[in-house]
Design a binder for this molecule. Structure first.
Ligand code: MN
Ligand code: MN
Length: 464
């Protein structure tokens, strides 16, 4: 919203505040550069929260300790999703203030039997995760991050391609000189999922006993030496192929960040920073950082799983205030910001946006009353009464905010985790940071919007 005649957040900052905007941008830029998988995000968030006094709820339950107002705990769900709680002074039944965002991002996953040799190249087969435009992933440097779990349960961390001096990987593209047939195809047909094979080596093993697949054998030798893993260990592995290299400042004025995984780590990080500032709140504050949003919030680590409900039951029990009835009331009386990135107006593609109801860079945190597609289908559609409450909070705390829908009516659409939490009967609204290039290997976001998101999330946790 235009406030005091000022449209852009940048015009509101004095020297001092501008420093804070860029300092936050730099903290976030480093975070997404170093945390390109949901597992790494959870690890880092756990470490950072422990520094702020958060404790693992499992330890508290095991020791039979009680929780009291002001206590901070986290629940780590399979190392892929995380719930953070700060216990409030009010009874749980008055409801929680919940921030939620997802930490999985579109990428290529290695298949369970990925490795093969073709014409003296060692190659890896992939299966893409989430909605990607496949052509964007070829002819660019890729890194691999993930885990291989051996039969004895040993977890081997794999991280290759992001450190200085490490090799990168890639998927070849067809040279323009021979692309006559390909160029005639529709964009969606020109690159298929089965074409997204990654080249990882070309030197044969020096072994006179072995007649064929010597390049593959050499790659296996390297894997054995570096990680002590065998080919069959890929069966119990989760290795994610992501763009290689750090996020970068974007623009001569360094006002933006280009990086992998803004969707939705930008909202996750902003929520996390806001949460870390909360001490002794009135209502219990919660931050949910979840996996699997990009494939429908399914599985034990996605929002459809009941891990949050279970975690809340444990927390209420540790406070000494649990009953099934109280749990239901607590959930129904809660307020939530479901934070996910929004499509920002893009001057290169003006035709897909409706200018009066779309998000713009530099105008602050975005609220989406609804998302969905084909007539709001699948959307949460927040209550007007709740939106009134939220805008009052934002204005009271001088947060720059805007409203948006996801593109023109019937242009496409999308969803978030909002409707899943709304199933409990709580108030939920979609909210987040506008981005360009959503789901591309390199997305772009404005540092001003990230800063306003943290301010907005903090205001919500204090007041909602
Ligand atoms: Mn998202
Ligand atoms: Mn997404």
């Amino acid at each position: 919203m235009v406030k005091d005649g000022i449209k852009l957040a940048w015009d509101r900052y004095d020297e001092e505040e501008l420093k804070s905007v860029f300092a936050l941008g730099e903290r976030y830029r480093k975070f997404i550069s170093n945390n390109k998988t949901e597992r790494r995000c959870v690890n880092t968030f756990v470490e950072m929260s422990e520094e702020k006094g958060y404790r693992n709820l499992e330890d508290i339950v095991e020791k039979g300790e009680k929780l009291k107002p002001g206590d901070k705990v986290y629940v780590n769900n399979y190392g892929k999703s995380l719930c953070l709680f700060v216990i409030g002074s009010k009874p749980f039944e008055e409801g929680l203030s919940i921030l939620g965002a997802h930490i999985d991002s579109p990428r290529l996953d290695l298949k369970q039997n990925p490795l093969y040799e073709d014409t003296d190249f060692a190659m890896l087969k992939t299966h893409y995760y989430g909605g990607i435009k496949k052509y964007q992933w070829v002819a660019m440097p890729l890194a691999m991050h993930g885990v291989v779990v051996k039969k004895d349960g040993t977890i081997v961390d794999i991280n290759i391609g992001d450190e200085e001096g490490e090799p990168v990987f890639g998927i070849s593209d067809l040279l323009i000189h021979l692309a006559k047939d390909q160029m005639e195809k529709k964009l969606k047909d020109a690159f298929t999922g089965e074409d997204l094979n990654i080249c990882i080596g070309s030197i044969p093993l020096k072994d006179d006993d072995k007649e064929d697949e010597k390049v593959k054998a050499n790659v296996l030798r390297i894997l054995k030496g570096k990680y002590d893993i065998e080919e069959e260990d890929f069966v119990s592995a989760e290795i994610e192929v992501v763009p290689a290299g750090p996020a970068r400042d974007f623009g001569l004025d360094r006002s933006m960040i280009m990086g992998y995984g803004h969707d939705d780590r930008v909202c996750a990080y902003a929520s996390f920073e806001a949460m870390m500032e909360i001490e002794a709140p009135k209502k219990t504050c919660v931050t949910l950082l979840v996996d699997k949003e990009e494939i429908g919030s399914v599985g034990a680590t996605g929002m459809h799983s009941r891990f949050f409900e279970n975690a809340l039951a444990e927390v209420m029990n540790a406070v000494g205030d649990y009953s099934e009835f109280k749990l239901r009331r607590t959930l129904a009386n809660s307020n939530m910001l479901s934070s996910d990135v929004s499509a920002a107006y893009d001057p290169n593609y003006p035709s897909v946006s409706e200018k009066q109801n779309c998000a713009y860079f530099g105008r602050g945190v975005v609220f989406n009353k609804y998302t969905g597609s084909g007539g709001k289908s699948g959307s949460n559609d927040a209550n007007a009464e709740y939106i009134a409450k939220i805008r009052a909070i934002m204005d009271k705390h001088n947060v720059m905010w805007q409203t948006s829908e996801l593109g023109k009516v019937d242009q496409g659409g999308g969803g978030t985790i909002a409707y899943i939490l709304a199933n409990y009967g709580m108030n939920v609204i979609d909210c987040g940071v506008p981005v360009h290039n959503m789901h591309a290997p390199w997305e772009v976001a404005s540092k001003a919007d990230i800063y306003e998101a943290v301010k907005g999330y903090r205001a919500f946790l204090l007041e909602a």
